[in-house]
Design a protein around this ligand. Structure first.
Ligand SMILES: Nc1ncnc2c1ncn2[C@@H]1O[C@H](COP(=O)(O)OP(=O)(O)OP(=O)(O)O)[C@@H](O)[C@H]1O
Ligand SMILES: [Mg+2]
Length: 464
């Protein structure tokens, strides 16, 4: 854990920039003591497109959080959108001398061995996330230190960011007078803040629905095993409405938040809106019709996620036990219901959990990434810090710890188009088996090069 008791998350999104200040207690618990959100400037789909404007917005967000907390922020953990990252899972091996216990240095050697993969020089490693260990063929070992064996193996999920976008982010943060403590993948951070205790034993898909992008992370037994980025977010829904209804973007945003639904069946049946177009003409539009304009875009997002996971890991229903929706765009009414229909899995909206202090100021699904950055800063190799579940001395009390995949209808929080999927993967096979009980032996991850059909066949072979 860091020496400093103050850890700050800076989520530089396409729609908003949020700073969250966390104070780490003696047992590693986190109290939120400040938060500041401003409209994003100079960003497009997770990339800095105007250094000066982004820098100004970052400053404002940080100052706003400083005013709440009374703390001067010096350094921050920063989110990186998934479209700037690539991931691979690499296998590492370390020989252990006979009659000796496995020590931390052996673990480090196995990880170092896995890290020694040739990477594009244009990439900078952001995360080195060890998955489970294998000792003399025994799989599913979380912590091998102290065990006996002669052969230690580990799969390490390596996430690397494209150097250019990372340099631009770093530059803005530094120009704002701050030091970068580290970068964390946006969807990893969102998962750290929202995974429930029971989900630590499962494979779950975290979908962070932002303004410009939808970031996806697959967690298997609490480890990030796969990530992807769909270059569509809530701003595209707003842009569709603005274009079809011929109204200004701001108006479209208001209409979407207040009256929109991702499923027409869930729209207010008795509500009719009077729409005044930019040219001054007016016409009536029912909430049902409004939602019929919204639905295809939302369905497109879920369809692209499905296709991406199907291709990378295997059929979604077989790969995962549930879906957690976070990000501002997940607050659109009917979104969990539509996701449930598309994924055929339990779906819930994820809000930040496992924190104390001013929890109410970071309570929305759009706050998951910024809170997750603080939890990431506590530092446990990108895993959900144990304290999130034990909560030894969390002042403000914990949020619920039920794993409750229920529809979520709470609402609250804003805008560009074309669709291709940026996938950065990962473990060719680590998540394609339905998660067994935590103690059950795990299937060895398929090696890169194993085709999707081979993985499906293997899966059936093991379950027959
Ligand atoms: N109550 C609401 N109903 C519907 N949509 C909402 C609501 N509140 C916010 N949104 C949408 O959420 C989106 C912004 O989400 P979020 O704040 O997570 O984005 P971001 O983190 O800035 O973007 P990104 O992660 O893509 O860089 C906007 O498109 C906005 O329209
Ligand atoms: Mg975001």
């Amino acid at each position: 854990m860091k020496d400093n008791t103050i850890i700050v998350g800076l989520d530089i999104g396409t729609t908003k920039i949020t700073t969250v200040i966390g104070e780490v207690g003696p047992h590693g618990t986190v109290d939120i003591i400040g938060s500041g959100t401003v409209n994003s400037e100079g960003m497009k789909r997770g990339s800095v497109v105007n250094l000066e404007r982004a820098t100004q917005a970052i400053k404002q967000s940080v100052q706003s959080a400083e005013r709440v907390s009374g703390v001067k922020v010096e350094s921050v953990f920063v989110s990186v959108a998934g479209n700037h990252a690539k991931a691979i899972t690499s296998h590492g091996l370390a020989a252990i001398r006979r009659n000796q216990e496995i020590g931390q240095s052996d673990v480090d050697r196995a990880i170092e061995n896995a890290r020694a993969v040739p990477l594009d020089p244009n990439l900078e490693i952001i995360h080195t996330l060890p998955q489970e260990y294998v000792v003399d063929g025994q799989e599913g070992i979380k912590s091998p230190v102290g065990m006996h064996g002669v052969r230690l193996e580990v799969d390490v999920h390596i996430v690397a960011g494209t150097a250019g976008p990372l340099l631009n982010l770093r530059r803005c943060v530094q120009e704002a007078g701050l030091h970068v403590d580290g970068f964390a993948l946006h969807a990893l951070a969102s998962g750290l803040a929202t995974l429930e205790a029971a989900e630590q034993g499962q494979t779950v898909i975290v979908v962070d629905m932002g303004g410009g992008t939808t970031d996806v992370a697959v967690f298997k037994r609490g480890n990030l095993v796969h990530s992807a980025c769909i270059p569509i977010g809530g701003e595209h829904v707003t842009a569709d409405l603005a274009q079809i209804l011929k109204i200004p973007g701001e108006e479209a945003e208001n209409v979407k938040r207040r009256y929109g639904a991702a499923l027409p069946d869930l729209a207010d049946k008795d509500l009719t809106l009077e729409i005044t177009t930019s040219s001054g003409s007016t016409h009536a539009l029912s909430a049902f019709e409004l939602s019929r304009i919204i639905k295809p875009r939302m369905a497109e997002i879920f369809g692209l996620i499905r296709d991406e996971i199907d291709q990378s890991l295997g059929p979604v229903e077989l790969v995962a036990q549930g879906v957690i929706l976070t990000g501002g765009a997940s607050m659109l009414r009917g979104t969990p219901e539509l996701a449930r229909d598309r994924f055929r899995l339990p779906v819930r909206v994820g809000r930040p959990r496992g924190i104390g202090g001013l929890t109410d100021i970071v309570a929305g699904p759009g706050d998951a990434a910024s809170v997750g950055l603080v939890l990431y800063g506590i530092g446990e190799d990108g895993r959900v810090p144990a304290v999130v579940f034990t909560g030894a001395d969390t002042a403000g009390g914990h949020r619920e710890t039920r794993t409750d995949h229920r529809p979520d209808t709470r609402t609250d929080h804003r805008p560009a188009p074309d669709a291709s999927v940026t996938a950065h993967t990962a473990d060719a096979g680590a998540a394609h088996v339905p998660a067994p009980a935590p103690t059950a032996p795990t299937q060895p991850p398929a090696k890169p090069g194993v085709s999707f059909m081979d993985r499906v066949r293997n899966w059936f072979k093991d379950w027959m």
